[in-house]
Write a protein that binds this ligand. Structure first.
Ligand SMILES: Cc1ncc(COP(=O)(O)O)c(C=O)c1O
Length: 393
């Protein structure tokens, strides 16, 4: 006989759980956002926070965006889920919308659920297309935490935990010569984050991207741009590939793709995926109707609401006004920016939180990372600048 189970007793919404059942793998900030509008969050204890972090760059359209919430509500009422076993018009529309803003010639889309999963599949496609198994990646790169994505992540050994990496990986510094020397006829792919996010908003630079294109083209290897963090309008252009005018063979996108629901994609040049057949790749949730409705709304808003020109204006404003107090320099591109600080970034993050601003840190202990929603307002930038100016240098 099965032992009887206790009835589920939901705590009231305002009641904090007594003992957490969650695995303690995150060092959490001491605030609990419970609502938001635009780039403004309200916490459980009634404080207001301007969100310059966007939930790891996911809240691309901020909070309570009318077009996004309406699309999710409508689709959830009509048909919450069906898998890729059946066609879906909303999935086709989302793929067409993504292909329309992707770099020239990249028009084949695979929807998955996370950035790591997108990179995992992009690498797999490169191995298939080339019949090779060696990958070149850049120092400082972050590509995710699954077996293959973490294998191409710089210094993942600290947390990798799998007994061995699934293929050979060579890391190169941000130098064209080193990169050209590392890419040869055994290389399946070179994977690059055009602006390295976790590293602290570090642009790889147009010249190195062009060198990457040249080296992979020469060796018959595929060039993968991981635009999971920097893509989708965040740089003031739909993708870094378009901003820098360097076109990869495969591009991965994630984070804000569905504005807050789990969504990611691989976007490919047709020749790079010519041999793909049913059964080669797959996922249960990827391309589900509610998420696809959200993708369509996010891309629609990005184009219709002038968010990319807005990014360029706001980025310029941050660069002009926020080099004050402990901020010695500002690096990055668009609204993926790193404030280089004279004191440890973690301390600045705490001090800003006390003053009502949520910001991120990075792998660089002296870089505060800004990844705000693209609907951020100029007055919110000015308020951050004023708060920074009050902090000890
Ligand atoms: C550039 C980049 N690639 C991949 C990932 C992994 O994405 P996910 O956490 O959705 O698997 C991240 C996450 O931070 C990222 O910044």
């Amino acid at each position: 006989m099965l032992a009887p189970l206790p009835a589920y007793q939901a705590a009231s919404e305002d009641e904090a759980p007594r003992a957490s059942a969650l695995l303690p793998v995150y060092a959490q900030l001491p605030v609990e956002p419970v609502a938001g509008r635009g780039a403004l969050l309200t916490t459980r204890d009634g404080r207001r926070l301007v969100d310059f972090y966007g939930g790891h760059a996911v809240a691309l359209l901020g909070y309570r965006h009318p077009r996004l919430t309406a699309a999710i509500e409508r689709q959830a009422r009509e048909l919450l889920f069906q898998s890729n076993a059946v066609p879906a018009a909303v999935r086709e529309r989302a793929a067409a919308a993504l292909a329309a803003i992707a770099p020239e010639g990249l028009d084949r889309v695979l929807f998955v659920n996370s950035g790591a999963e997108a990179n995992e599949n992009a690498l797999r496609l490169a191995f298939r297309a080339t019949g090779r198994s060696r990958v070149v990646a850049l120092e400082g790169a972050f590509h995710g935490r699954t077996a293959a994505a973490a294998a191409v992540t710089w210094r993942s050994e600290r947390w990798y935990a799998f007994p061995r990496k699934p293929f050979e990986v060579v890391f190169v510094p941000h130098e064209a010569d080193a990169l050209a020397a590392a890419v040869d006829e055994t290389t399946a792919a070179l994977i690059v984050e055009p602006v390295q996010g976790v590293a602290g908003a570090v642009p790889v630079g147009r010249d190195l991207l062009a060198a990457a294109r040249e080296a992979t083209g020469r060796a018959g290897a595929l060039l993968i741009f991981d635009e999971v963090q920097c893509g989708l309008g965040r740089l003031g252009a739909p993708f870094a590939a378009r901003l820098y005018d360097v076109t990869p063979d495969l591009l991965t996108v994630g984070k804000g793709l569905a504005g807050g629901l789990p969504a990611a994609a691989v976007v490919a040049r047709a020749e790079a995926v010519a041999a793909v057949a049913p059964g080669d790749l797959g996922t249960t949730f990827g391309g589900g109707p509610v998420v696809m409705a959200a993708v369509e709304a996010v891309i629609g808003a990005l184009l219709d609401e002038g968010l990319m020109p807005r990014v360029r204006v706001l980025s310029e404003r941050i660069r002009r006004r926020c080099r004050v107090g402990p901020v010695a320099a500002i690096q990055g591109e668009g609204l993926l920016l790193g404030l280089r600080t004279t004191r440890p970034a973690a301390a600045i993050q705490r001090e800003l939180l006390e003053r009502g601003f949520l910001v991120g840190t990075s792998a660089d202990p002296h870089v505060v990372r800004l990844l705000p929603p693209l609907v951020l307002e100029a007055a919110q930038v000015d308020a951050l600048a004023a708060a920074l100016a009050e902090l000890p240098a």
